[in-house]
Design a protein around this ligand. Structure first.
Ligand code: 5GP
Length: 239
């Protein structure tokens, strides 16, 4: 499958057209940004690791009945995916308090939440991806009521599957962000990525952060954390 014109370039990925209209190639970059692009850098081999971790998780979820945009991995950094219209919502699922939730409601980082918390952020760079509620989603017509219900149910199921999988590998899934898309036939499927860029992963015993917070908060050993997560998830040594 050949890359044609670039359709989109985001902070961590590029999207290319292919000779097949409803199939695209996603390329994972080593570039890393934080705080709405104010902090910029590179994480060595992040593109390869994130491509492989996303594909591993998407296959795991497919096996549990969750439809995703993945068709197949093409090479170390690139995958073939189904073309979808991305719903402009970031769905965040949380199991432990951290990041913006800890700040917003005054919980200490690491506090176990009585039940998973779901949040929606409006994907709009100019507005800075604000937190919005279901009423706002309906007002903005970002998703129909039934679509939203499906999206919420899918997000809870994904959280359950991933939390269980990671717990067995001694990783706490603190929180993560999902994006969904709509196919030409109107089906809602999981898109984007599930990686240390978009999740908080803590070692269950030491509580060491093994995700992008190492980059965001200048904690050092960023590459090593990404490699460690690759190993814990796939059971294989990184190269
Ligand atoms: P928080 O709202 O605490 O900053 O983020 C919650 C979770 O969602 C974290 O796991 C974070 O990595 C993920 N997340 C939320 N928004 C974004 C985003 O715009 N980009 C990325 N890469 N992750 C995000």
């Amino acid at each position: 499958m050949e890359k044609k014109e670039m359709l989109y370039e985001g902070k961590a990925k590029q999207l290319f057209a292919t000779e097949v209209t409803d199939q695209l190639i996603v390329h994972f970059k080593d570039d890393a940004t934080a705080f709405n692009g104010q902090k910029k850098g590179q994480i060595k081999e992040k593109g390869k690791i994130n491509n492989k971790i996303t594909n591993f998780f998407f296959k795991l979820l497919e096996a549990e009945g969750i439809k995703t945009h993945l068709i197949r991995e093409l090479n170390q950094t690139d995958s073939l995916v189904k073309k979808v219209k991305i719903i402009p919502l970031e769905v965040v699922m949380r199991n432990l308090a951290a990041g913006s939730l800890a700040k917003r409601i005054g919980f200490t980082e690491g506090k176990l939440l009585r039940q998973p918390v779901i949040e929606f952020y409006y994907k709009d760079d100019q507005l800075g991806d604000p937190l919005i509620n279901i009423s706002h989603i309906e007002l903005l017509k970002l998703a129909e009521h039934q679509e939203l219900e499906k999206l919420i149910a899918l997000s809870h199921k994904i959280n359950y599957i991933l939390s269980k999988f990671l717990k067995a590998r001694k990783i706490d899934l603190v929180d993560f962000k999902l994006e969904f898309g709509k196919t030409a036939s109107g089906e809602i499927i999981l898109a984007d990525e599930i990686t240390p860029d978009t999740c908080r992963f803590w070692d269950s015993q030491t509580k060491e952060k093994l995700d992008k917070d190492r980059f965001r908060r200048d904690l050092g050993n960023v590459e090593a954390a990404y490699q460690e997560m690759y190993q814990r998830i796939t059971g294989q040594k990184w190269q």
